[in-house]
Write a protein that binds this ligand. Structure first.
Ligand SMILES: Nc1ncnc2c1ncn2[C@@H]1O[C@H](COP(=O)(O)OP(=O)(O)OP(=O)(O)O)[C@@H](O)[C@H]1O
Ligand SMILES: [Mg+2]
Length: 267
C-alpha cells in the first residue's frame, strides 16, 4: 500500500465571522487507498473538497481528525520531509505555481536543492534529461516562464514534479486550463511517464473522459464525502448514485460521444 487515508475530516472557519466564528465542514470522514503504481481519479463538483483532500494527502495541511499514512509513515509527523520527497504535486495554475523570476533550469533545480541528494555539478545533465522526458529540448533551459506557452510551462511543472523520482504525483486539475489538443498531449505524456517511471497518480479533475484515459479507478466526491467508487473504467456507465450519473451524462453531452464509442476507443 502506497497511501492510506482513514476517516479524514477538515473544517474551516467561515470567512468574515471573527466575532461569532462558525465552521464549515469541508471533508467528512474520507477514507481511501492508493496502491503502488495505481492511478486513482477524483471527480466532483466545484467546492466539494477535492483540492482540500489533495493538500491533506500531501501533508500541506493537517486534518482535524483522521490519519494519512504514506508507506507506513504518518504524514505530518516527524517523517514529513522524507515523505514529501516521495510525493509531488502539479496544479492547474501553472502560471502562479512557478516563480516568474526563475529561469526553467532554476525551476527544475528547486526540488533537487531541497532534497539535497545530488551534487550541483550534475544538475545540468539532469535538467537536460528531465526536459527531454517531458518532450522539451535543452533550448528551453534558459527561458523565463513568460517565454513559454501554457502547454510548455505545464510540461516544465511536470518535469519539476518528477525531478526527485517520486512515487506519487497529485495532479490537481493539471490539464484543465489548457486547450483541448494540448490537454490530450499532456494526458499522453502522463500515460508515458506513468509507465516509464512506475508512478502512481491521484488525478483530481472535472473531466470524466480524461479519467477514463488515465485512471484505473475513480472516486466520486460530493459535499466532502466519497459517494461512489468505480474500479473498472469500462463499467463507468453503471454508476448508480444519481450525482455520479449526472456527471457522466454531462461529460457525454459536452463531447457528443456515446459511452460505448468512447470505451471502444480507449480499450
Ligand atoms: N483555506 C481555506 N479557508 C477557508 N475555506 C476554505 C479553505 N480552503 C478551502 N475552503 C473551502 O472549502 C471548500 C472546498 O474547497 P476545495 O478547494 O477543496 O474544493 P474543490 O472541490 O477543489 O473545488 P474546485 O473544483 O473548484 O477546485 C470550499 O467551500 C472552499 O471555499
Ligand atoms: Mg480544486
Amino acid at each position: 500500500m502506497l497511501l492510506r487515508a482513514d476517516q479524514v475530516s477538515k473544517s474551516y472557519r467561515k470567512p468574515g465571522r471573527w466575532l461569532k466564528p462558525e465552521q464549515t465542514t469541508v471533508l467528512k470522514g474520507v477514507s481511501l487507498t492508493i496502491q503502488q503504481g495505481e492511478c486513482v481519479g477524483l471527480v466532483g463538483e466545484s467546492g466539494s473538497g477535492k483540492s482540500t483532500l489533495g493538500r491533506l494527502l500531501m501533508g500541506i495541511e493537517k486534518p482535524d481528525s483522521g490519519t494519512v499514512y504514506f508507506r507506513n509513515h504518518l504524514v505530518n509527523s516527524t517523517g514529513y520531509q522524507q515523505v514529501r520527497q516521495q510525493m509531488s504535486v502539479v496544479f492547474q495554475d501553472y502560471g502562479t505555481s512557478v516563480n516568474r523570476r526563475y529561469r526553467v533550469k532554476s525551476i527544475l533545480e528547486e526540488p533537487l536543492k531541497i532534497a539535497n541528494k545530488m551534487a550541483s555539478k550534475d544538475f545540468q545533465s539532469h535538467n537536460i534529461r528531465l526536459l527531454e522526458t517531458v518532450g522539451l529540448s535543452e533550448k528551453f533551459m534558459d527561458r523565463y516562464p513568460h517565454e513559454l506557452s501554457g502547454g510548455q510551462l505545464q510540461r516544465v511543472c511536470i518535469a519539476r514534479a518528477i525531478a526527485n523520482q517520486p512515487d506519487l504525483v497529485i495532479l490537481d486539475e493539471a490539464i484543465s486550463s489548457l486547450d483541448v489538443t494540448i490537454q490530450l498531449q499532456i494526458l499522453d505524456l502522463l500515460v508515458k511517464l506513468r509507465k516509464e517511471m512506475k508512478l502512481s497518480y491521484f488525478f483530481i479533475t472535472h473531466d470524466l473522459l480524461a479519467v477514463t484515459y488515465l485512471c484505473d479507478r475513480v472516486l466520486f466526491m460530493k459535499e466532502g464525502e466519497i459517494i461512489e467508487e468505480v474500479g473498472d473504467m469500462k463499467a463507468l456507465d453503471q454508476v448508480a448514485h444519481p450525482y455520479a450519473r449526472t456527471l457522466l451524462e454531462a461529460a457525454m453531452k459536452v463531447t457528443g460521444v456515446t459511452w460505448n464509442n468512447h470505451i471502444q476507443k480507449i480499450s
